[in-house]
Write a protein that binds this ligand. Structure first.
Ligand code: ATP
Ligand code: MG
Length: 356
């Protein structure tokens, strides 16, 4: 049993690495055989931490901390159930390649793409690895490709896990992207795309369970290959929250600071915050809380929130055109994360019309 667990823990390591990890476990856990797999696992964690490419976190957030985005959350719920019951699904007749592989989240800044990546890991009780494309490409240009490969192999070694490829557009921005020549970026892209398509298979022929959450807020540079079936299970577009979603987001961030405001009292504020992203709503809550706290540590009130509101200028105000283009783009290429499951990304029932 311990041997099985050791093999499982060593999955994804090279022969050399596995040999070293086993040797360490044999030495350190001589008296406590049952601790050996833990030691091997620990070795992998250390390797991830020292790789300089991946961050490893155990997120505290769950999908309950994500306001709105009902369609995305419903979909994730189904994927989670399928992952948890993978053995049954395979026995039923699913092919290994049918198991959840990942999701591409596109959209407006501050709508919860990175939060969702953390919340998925938190809800599924999996470690979260974050691969920052900027870091992969940042230094040692000549080695970017090898570094990417190394990072992806490490992620497989950590499976089951969630891999957050943050700002994937950074890797995909072809020629003219800063100091990088397009040859390097396209090779890194190639490495990533190939890996997305042909994940390493585990001992049992089942792909290593690495659920990829790729996020991007710019779409111009995303290559069409990224949208080919087989790379991601689904592409979602995260839009600005509608009125009901704004209320939920405000409530979440009040609750996170142990504050509550009677439900109906938020109506005015949710109407006034048309165009605010969730991150900007959080900012409003933070400012209001600061006011209340510094005013003798009293409870936060709706008035605090309403006076804090104009001090936060929503990004959408200055970037409306860009936003429109983004929505248009998403209409044909992505599912809407907001609202009811299954709506295409274009169906925004009267959202902007609310403005007048
Ligand atoms: N849907 C949401 N519900 C509740 N809080 C949210 C939501 N979206 C964002 N927030 C708050 O705003 C913070 C920043 O959001 P996040 O980093 O997830 O945005 P993002 O979509 O990744 O933006 P960017 O495109 O700039 O990376 C989160 O940590 C969270 O506190
Ligand atoms: Mg982000």
């Amino acid at each position: 049993e311990v041997r099985e667990a050791m093999l499982e823990a060593a999955r994804g390591l090279t022969w050399n690495e596995a040999e070293n990890a086993f040797a360490l476990a044999l030495m350190r856990d001589r008296e406590r055989v049952e601790a050996m797999p833990g030691t091997v696992q620990q070795e992998k964690t250390t390797r991830v931490r020292t790789s300089g490419l991946l961050d490893l976190v155990t997120p505290a957030e769950t999908l309950d901390d994500v306001g709105g985005l009902a369609a995305l959350k419903a979909w994730l719920g189904r994927q989670g159930a399928l992952l948890a019951g993978a053995a049954d699904a395979l026995a039923w007749g699913f092919a290994p390649r049918d198991l959840p592989k990942g999701v591409l989240l596109l959209g407006v800044p501050g709508t919860g793409k990175s939060l969702a990546a953390r919340a998925i890991a938190g809800t599924w009780h999996l470690p979260l690895l974050r691969l920052e494309m900027a870091r992969v490409l940042g230094s040692l240009v000549g080695q970017s490709e090898a570094r990417t490969q190394g990072a992806l192999r490490l992620a497989e070694a950590m499976a089951p896990c969630v891999l957050h490829v943050d700002e994937i557009e950074k890797a995909l921005a072809g020629a003219g992207a800063g100091h990088l020549d397009s040859g390097v970026t396209s090779r890194v892209v190639g490495t990533l795309l190939t890996w997305l398509q042909e994940r390493g298979l585990g001992r049992d022929g089942v792909p290593a369970p690495v659920f990829v959450v790729a996020t991007a807020n710019r779409v111009e540079s995303l290559p069409p290959e990224l949208f080919r079936p087989g790379r991601f299970d689904q592409v979602f577009f995260l839009d600005l929250p509608d009125q009901a979603e704004r209320r939920t987001v405000l409530e979440i961030h009040l609750r996170a600071r142990r504050q509550t405001v009677a439900g109906g009292a938020l109506e005015g504020l949710t109407a006034q915050t048309e165009g605010y992203s969730a991150a900007e709503l959080e900012q409003v809550v933070k400012i209001a809380c600061l006011t209340a706290f510094q005013d003798g540590g009293r409870r936060v009130t709706v008035e605090d929130l309403e006076s804090a509101r104009p001090t936060v200028t929503p990004l959408a105000e200055s970037r409306g055109e860009e936003l429109g283009a983004l929505r248009n783009w998403a209409r044909t290429r992505a599912q809407r994360a907001n609202g009811t499951p299954g709506e295409p990304a274009g169906a925004v029932p009267g959202r902007r019309r609310l403005h007048g």
